[in-house]
Design a protein around this ligand. Structure first.
Ligand SMILES: [Zn+2]
Length: 115
């Protein structure tokens, strides 16, 4: 069961395609750069040590993205996030709920580990 990871992949794929369509090639397919970013993100998700209990990436303690890639993903999310809310409201809400929930969860974990 990799439901959560599958959902995260769906979210990132949607966000990157919104971003690419508006900012880059305006075609249905991702441009080379965006495709690379997408592949990178899904590879990271596959290897995420948290698996199903993974907190949303922005709150994750393990910074699995390389710095440059992290910046690119952040740009994509900042741009596509609000737009996704219009185009895919249910997916966005689910993603936001999950982020909120996992934020609370990971902060609690963090404090516990901190002593
Ligand atoms: Zn692109």
């Amino acid at each position: 069961m990799k439901k959560h990871i599958t959902f995260e992949k769906q979210v990132i794929a949607t966000m990157i395609s919104i971003y690419c369509r508006k900012q880059h090639c305006k075609s249905k397919n991702l441009c080379k750069d965006c495709y690379q970013l997408y592949r990178y993100s899904t590879k990271r998700l596959n290897r995420c040590p948290f698996g199903e209990s993974k907190p949303a990436c922005q709150y994750c303690k393990v910074h699995c993205y390389e710095k440059a890639m992290r910046q690119r993903v952040r740009d994509v999310m900042a741009f596509a996030g609000p737009r996704m809310l219009y185009q895919h409201p249910i997916m966005s809400l689910k993603h936001l709920c999950q982020s909120k929930f996992t934020k609370a969860w990971s902060l609690k974990e963090y404090r516990q580990n901190d002593g």
